[in-house]
Design a protein around this ligand. Structure first.
Ligand SMILES: [Zn+2]
Length: 591
C-alpha cells in the first residue's frame, strides 16, 4: 500500500510532483523560497506518513515560515538545513500530520477546570467517596453538587439514590444532577430535601414531577423541574484570566496526543472572543474553528435576525481562529433515552433510562418545521450548517430539511454535517451522500457505553451504533472526534478525548469490556487516521491547508512513540506523541 517513491528523489522533482496537487505556481514559489532560505525546522530519519493521495511515506520534512517546504528523503532535506535550523532526528519513528479534533468544548472544559478539576466517577462507591470528601473540604453552608456522571459509565448502571447519598453525607445537602438538553433528573439526599422544603405536603410543580413513594414521601428524585433546587446550587465562576490559563492547559494536554487543530463545536460570540484574546496574547498554540450555536426561536425571521446580529460571517478569520458553521440541536442523547428513534426504545431499555412508556421514541429539541426554517435560512445567508442529531429518526428530519434547502439553492457542496448520527443504515447513508452531507462522530462513546447500551437496546440496534463503515461505503465523509466536555485526563475525561482511543475503537469495534459488536463497521488503520486528519480538515473546507504533509500545507505534525500502522492492535489506544509541531513550532516534546 505504501510506496517509498520519495526515497532519493531530488527536491525539484518532489516540487514538480506536488505541483499537480497544489497548483504549479504556488508550489514553484515555495520551492524557490525554500532554495533561498534554510528551514526553521527539519525532521529527518522518520517514517513520515504523508497521507497524500498516493499514501506516500517519506523520511524527512522541512518547515519554514509555518509551512511545509519539503517532503522527501533525508538526503534532499540537507539543502534546507542552515545554522539556525532546528533539526529533529525521528530515529525511525512514525510521523503523521497533526490531528484535527473536530468536536470539543474546550472553553467549557477550561471554565470547569478553573473552578474545580473534573473527576470521572465510575461507581456508586466512588460517588459516595467523592461526596464525603467534598463535604469535608467545602464551606459548610454550601450544597455539595456531584460532578456529572452518565449512568452508562457507572458500574451499577443506575443513578445514586437518596439512600446512597445519605450514607455518604447524612447531615448536609447533596445533589446529583443527570441532564442533557431537554431532560433532567435530580437526586437529593434527605438533608437537601429538607433544605429545599420538599416533603410529603409539597404539591407538584407546574412542569416536571417530584417523585413520591407509595406512602406519599418524596423519594429524592425530581424530574424535569430544575427550578425547585437551582437557587441552592453553589455558584462559582472563574475570572477571565483563570479561564485563559485553563484553556492554555487544555490545549497543551491536546498537544501531548498529537492534536494540532480543534473545532469548538457549540460556541458563541463569547467563545470566539476568548480564543481571539488568547491569540492576541500570543498564547494560542492550536488552530481553532468555531461552530456557533443558533440562538433563535426557530422561526425564519428570528433566525435571520440572529445571524445578521453576529459580528462575523462564515469563514472569517485566519489560520488560527476561524469562524465555521452554525449549529442547531435537533434531538437529545442516547445516554439519556432522548435520541429521536424510528422504533421505540423497547421495554428492556426503560430501567436504564428511568422511563416507563414502552412506546417512548426519544425527545426532540426542535420540531421538523423549525429545523427546516433554520437550515434553509442559514443556507440562504451563506452559512455552512450542522446539526446535533443522534437518533435515526432525528437524522430523517434533518435530511428532509437539507433536501428542502437544496431545492432553494444547491447545498451538496456545502458539506452539511450531521453531528453524532449514531444509528446509520445504508438507505440514510446513500441519501446523505447524494446531498453531500458529512458526519462527525465519536467512537470512544461506543467504547465507553457500548456494553451498557447493548443490554438496554439489544444487539440489532447496537450493531451499526457509531458505525463508520456504513457511511464510508456510501461515500459519506466521516470525521472522528471526541465531544470533549469536562476534565483534562485524556481517558478519564467526559468524554475521553484521547484520539488513539477513538482510532482503536474505529479499527477494532471493541467496547471497554473487550467484546466486539458490529464487526462489519470496522475500518482500516489508514482510513481511521484519515478521518482524524485530512477528512476532518475537509469538514471545514481546509483540506488544501491541513491534514496531509505536502509542500505548501501548514507545518503541523506529530511524531508518535510507537508505530500506529504496525503496533499490536491493543497498543493503539495508548499511543502518545513524542513531538508535536504546529506551524513549524514545537508545542510539545515528551521528556
Ligand atoms: Zn458536543
Amino acid at each position: 500500500m505504501f510506496n517509498l517513491f520519495w526515497q532519493g528523489t531530488r527536491p525539484a522533482v518532489v516540487a514538480a510532483l506536488v505541483a499537480v496537487a497544489l497548483g504549479a505556481g504556488a508550489a514553484r514559489a515555495l520551492a524557490q523560497k525554500a532554495a533561498q532560505e534554510p528551514a526553521d525546522l527539519v525532521l529527518t530519519g522518520g517514517k513520515v506518513h504523508t497521507l497524500d493521495a498516493k499514501q506516500s511515506v517519506a523520511e524527512a520534512v522541512a518547515i519554514h515560515d509555518g509551512k511545509v517546504v519539503y517532503v522527501g528523503s533525508d538526503e534532499g532535506a540537507k539543502a534546507h538545513i542552515g545554522s539556525k535550523t532546528e533539526v529533529y532526528r525521528a530515529a525511525g519513528r512514525t510521523v503523521i500530520p497533526g490531528i484535527n479534533e473536530t468536536h470539543v468544548h474546550a472553553v467549557g472544559v477550561a471554565q470547569g477546570e478553573a473552578v474545580e478539576p473534573f473527576q470521572q466517577l465510575g461507581s456508586i462507591a466512588e460517588i459516595q467517596a467523592w461526596a464525603r470528601e467534598a463535604a469535608r473540604t467545602s464551606p459548610a453552608d454550601q450544597w455539595v453538587r456531584l460532578p456529572r456522571v452518565d449512568i452508562t459509565r457507572i458500574r451499577e448502571r443506575r443513578m445514586p439514590t437518596r439512600g446512597d447519598l445519605d450514607v455518604a453525607v447524612p447531615d448536609r445537602p447533596v445533589i446529583y444532577i443527570w441532564q442533557y438538553a431537554n431532560r433532567q433528573v435530580q437526586v437529593l439526599n434527605s438533608a437537601a430535601l429538607k433544605a429545599a422544603g420538599i416533603d410529603r405536603a409539597t404539591s407538584q410543580p407546574d412542569k416536571g414531577r417530584i417523585v413520591k413513594d407509595e406512602a406519599g414521601d418524596p423519594t429524592g428524585v425530581i424530574e424535569d423541574a430544575p427550578g425547585l433546587t437551582s437557587k441552592f446550587l453553589p455558584r462559582t465562576s472563574a475570572s477571565k484570566e483563570q479561564v485563559l490559563d485553563a484553556l492554555e492547559k487544555v490545549i497543551r494536554a491536546y498537544h501531548r496526543l498529537g492534536i494540532t487543530s480543534i473545532t469548538e463545536r457549540g460556541s458563541n460570540v463569547e467563545g470566539w472572543k476568548t480564543y481571539k484574546e488568547l491569540q492576541a496574547q500570543g498564547r494560542l498554540t492550536a488552530r481553532v474553528t468555531l461552530t456557533i450555536r443558533v440562538g433563535s426561536d426557530g422561526s425564519v425571521e428570528g433566525t435571520e435576525r440572529f445571524i445578521r446580529g453576529l459580528p462575523f460571517r462564515f469563514g472569517d478569520g485566519d489560520d488560527w481562529v476561524k469562524v465555521g458553521p452554525l449549529k442547531i440541536g435537533v434531538d437529545g442523547g442516547v445516554l439519556y433515552g432522548t435520541a429521536w428513534m424510528r422504533e421505540p426504545y423497547g421495554p428492556q431499555a426503560l430501567p436504564l433510562y428511568g422511563l416507563s412508556d414502552p412506546a417512548h421514541r426519544g425527545l426532540l429539541q426542535m420540531d421538523a418545521e423549525k429545523v427546516k426554517n433554520v437550515i434553509r435560512t442559514g443556507h440562504r445567508l451563506g452559512w455552512q450548517m450542522c446539526s446535533h442529531v443522534t437518533g435515526d429518526a432525528g437524522v430523517d428530519i434533518v435530511l428532509d430539511a437539507v433536501e428542502a434547502a437544496h431545492a432553494d439553492s444547491p447545498i451538496d457542496k456545502r458539506r452539511y454535517t450531521l453531528i453524532h448520527a449514531y444509528f446509520p443504515n445504508p438507505e440514510t447513508a446513500a441519501r446523505a451522500a447524494r446531498l453531500g452531507v458529512a458526519v462527525d462522530t465519536q467512537p470512544a462513546w461506543f467504547y465507553k457505553d457500548g456494553d451498557a447500551l447493548l443490554d438496554a437496546l439489544g444487539e440489532k440496534r447496537l450493531t451499526p451504533f457509531i458505525g463508520v463503515a456504513t457511511w464510508q461505503a456510501a461515500g459519506v465523509k466521516v470525521a472522528l472526534n471526541s465531544d470533549h466536555m469536562q476534565g483534562i485526563d485524556p481517558d478519564r475525561s467526559l468524554n475521553p478525548y484521547n484520539p488513539f482511543l477513538a482510532l482503536y475503537t474505529a479499527v477494532t469495534r471493541k467496547t471497554e469490556s473487550g467484546q466486539t459488536i458490529g464487526a462489519a463497521e470496522r475500518v482500516s488503520r489508514g482510513d481511521a487516521l484519515r478521518m482524524m486528519t485530512v477528512d476532518a480538515a475537509w469538514l471545514h473546507f481546509d483540506e488544501g491547508r491541513k491534514g496531509t504533509l505536502e509542500v505548501g500545507k501548514l507545518g503541523d505534525l506529530a511524531v508518535l512513540d510507537e508505530d500506529y500502522f504496525t503496533c499490536p492492535e491493543e497498543q493503539i489506544k495508548s499511543l502518545k506523541s513524542k513531538l508535536t509541531v504546529v506551524g513549524g513550532k514545537v508545542v510539545h516534546r515528551a521528556e
